[in-house]
Design a protein around this ligand. Structure first.
Ligand SMILES: [Zn+2]
Length: 488
């Protein structure tokens, strides 16, 4: 058998996988041919097609982002430390209202194509090579997701989202959920058609999942059909769950059990399920529900948690805690949620917030955070060829510049990565052997165009806010700017 000569990345500090755990090879190499790693080690013997000098770089497996929203999220950018107190600090509920079939939505003026390209490029150039994307094409053409993922070269898990109910505001601002099972049935059937058509597209970089948008908007009957459709196809399921205090108490009021207990009783949980957020579980200090059972149920089922602390921390909320979930035996991966779509920054916050919530500096160790963003993500996706640099794994490789004043000097490269890095230190990204980011920029598109298009889309959304607001107020009236304008 003749094999093409490999591409060789040499001279860097390589985080290699020995079959059980990551190990550090100082001045090591990674060699790949086609979309696969062929060898990893200290000294390469053989001929290489191309040699990439990684001196001064950390060579890590492509990071896995288990929960991302690629669309330009103008809504959440507006309401970080503002919004309605009666919604218990939940961010999205502030702009999720009026989404019914006959109502005006917050983001209806958004250019979904501009948002998607901007988001996918951000995800990629911050060091993620594999992402689960939830609802980024909302309002746009779902096939854009396949097309744009293919253009920029990201490995993506996606499925059109659907739900069996709408959030609504009434004329006095009252907030409630209006069921609509027929809408969910249609959305579910359309999602399955998309999944059956596009699973394995883009040379198998595009894979699908079943994504009922949120637990609270999915009926028991629909969950049963989702579970069996995922089983028939061998694909995963992901959704938002236990993400707001409002949701937690709504479920306790209606069913007498917690959100996690309810989906456990309904038979949803299992190794193919990625639970988005899962912050409000029994024992969380903000919800007055001291009873145990939620973390045990998740751990026993083999489901994974997609932990995205930044969006929650901005509103004074935190999962309690990374270490506690790990100690219960729960597999945790890391997501970036809405913005910034920077997995390295998210990893830093996983560690810092994980220590703060436990009041223990030994919690959320840098090693465990790195494992979560690599091996944890791979386990959640049931892939043993991702999240590691080892022969036979996919050539998803990230080079991080370590020889700069943000990163150096250091004694341990993983601690330096977790406590100092953000996406700006990412220099090159390979997905399936293709160079998709160089000098920190996504190669497929012009950064200037992405930014100009995103600005235009955001300005259109913000300017149309009075038509969305029930009282016709401007966005500045509802979410006041930090400082008044000079002219006022
Ligand atoms: Zn989300």
């Amino acid at each position: 058998m003749t094999r093409e000569k490999p591409v060789l990345i040499e001279g860097g500090t390589v985080v290699a996988f020995d079959g059980k755990q990551h190990r550090i090879i100082d001045k090591g190499y990674v060699a790949f041919a086609g979309d696969e790693i062929v060898s990893v080690g200290r000294t390469f013997s053989g001929e290489a097609e191309t040699v990439i000098d990684a001196t001064g770089k950390l060579v890590i497996p492509g990071l896995i982002n288990l929960h991302s929203h690629a669309g330009v999220d103008v809504g959440s950018r507006a309401i970080v430390d503002a919004g309605r107190r009666d919604l218990w600090r939940s961010g999205f509920l502030n702009f999720e209202g009026r989404m019914g079939p006959d109502a005006v939505s917050f983001g209806r003026k958004a250019n979904s194509r501009a948002g998607l390209r901007y988001g996918l490029a951000s995800i990629l150039q911050n060091g993620t090579t594999t992402a689960i994307e939830l609802g980024g094409a909302d309002g746009g053409d779902e096939r854009d997701m396949v097309r744009f993922a293919g253009e920029c070269g990201i490995r993506l898990y996606y499925g059109p989202t659907f739900y069996s109910g709408y959030y609504h505001y009434d004329e006095r601002g009252g907030f409630y959920l209006k069921p609509d099972d027929a809408h969910a049935d249609r959305g579910f059937e359309e999602a399955l058609r998309f999944i059956d058509e596009f699973h394995g597209a883009n040379d198998d970089l595009f894979r699908t999942m079943i994504i009922p948008s949120s637990f609270l908007r999915t009926s028991r009957n629909l969950f049963e059909r989702i579970k069996s459709a995922a089983g028939d196809r061998g694909i995963g399921i992901t959704l938002h769950i236990a993400e707001s205090i409002w949701e937690f108490h709504n479920v306790v009021n209606r069913f007498g059990v917690t959100p996690i207990q309810l989906v456990h009783d309904w038979g949803l949980l299992g190794p193919e399920v990625v639970l988005g957020h899962t912050v409000y579980v029994g024992g969380h200090s903000q919800i007055s529900w001291p009873y145990k059972g939620d973390l045990e149920a998740i751990a026993e089922s083999g489901a994974s948690v997609a932990h995205a602390p930044v969006t929650f921390a901005r509103r004074g909320m935190a999962l309690e805690s990374f270490q506690r979930y790990r100690d219960y035996g729960i597999n945790i991966g890391i997501g970036t949620d809405t913005y910034p779509l920077d997995i390295l920054e998210e990893m830093r916050m996983v560690s810092i917030i994980g220590k703060t919530t436990d009041k223990n500096f030994e919690s959320a160790h840098a090693r465990e955070v790195f494992d979560a963003a690599t091996l944890g993500g791979a386990k959640a996706l049931r892939r043993d060829d991702l999240g590691r640099l080892a022969p036979g794994a996919k050539a998803d490789i990230v080079l991080v510049d370590m020889n700069n004043m943000r990163m150096a000097p250091y004694s341990d490269p993983i601690r330096a990565l977790i406590y100092c890095a953000n996406g700006e230190q990412v220099e090159k990204v390979f997905v399936a052997g293709r160079l998709v980011v160089d000098e920190g920029r996504t190669l497929a598109w012009s950064a200037e165009e992405l930014l100009a298009d995103a600005w235009k889309s955001a300005r259109d959304v913000l300017a149309s806010f009075p038509e969305y607001d029930r009282d016709g107020r401007t966005i500045d009236e509802v979410y006041p700017p930090c400082y008044a304008s000079w002219e006022d």
